[in-house]
Design a protein around this ligand. Structure first.
Ligand SMILES: [Zn+2]
Length: 130
């Protein structure tokens, strides 16, 4: 039976087959996440200096889910003292960003240790004479 095509997948949360919803989650689980999202967001509004871990515990939500919302910008939040997981996530993101910049610079400019390229001028002159 090939009628399902590519529009159906298994929900990554409950395993049920669902139709074309974003992020691999079915409608039920997506609704559940939205409820949790509002719980977490409201809780953090009332407890602005609490850690992500504390919010996860208070709202019975996965820390990973809250970190995901913060990364998506749905929850705006700076890391708090004692916010281990969020601080780790920020540090990892910063490392990735720097690595990308370094790799990008290396590809565009070549090794920064060679100040000039005299050989290129020599070669081009030789090619010109020949
Ligand atoms: Zn589901």
């Amino acid at each position: 039976m090939n009628t399902l095509g590519g529009d159906y997948e298994n929900c990554t949360v409950c395993g049920r087959v669902y139709a074309f919803l974003a992020r691999g989650v079915c409608a039920d689980c997506l609704n559940d996440r939205e409820r949790r999202f509002h719980d977490v967001r409201d809780w953090l509004r009332g407890n602005p200096t609490a850690t992500v871990e504390a919010a996860a515990e208070a709202t019975e939500t996965d820390v990973e889910l809250i970190l995901q919302w913060i990364q998506e910008g749905r929850i705006r939040r700076a890391p708090q003292p004692g916010d281990v997981r969020l601080a780790e996530a920020h540090a990892a993101e910063e490392r990735r960003r720097r690595l990308r910049e370094e790799l990008g610079a290396a590809v565009e400019q070549g090794p920064a240790t060679t100040p000039s390229t005299p050989h290129r001028g020599f070669n081009s002159r030789r090619n010109h004479n020949a």
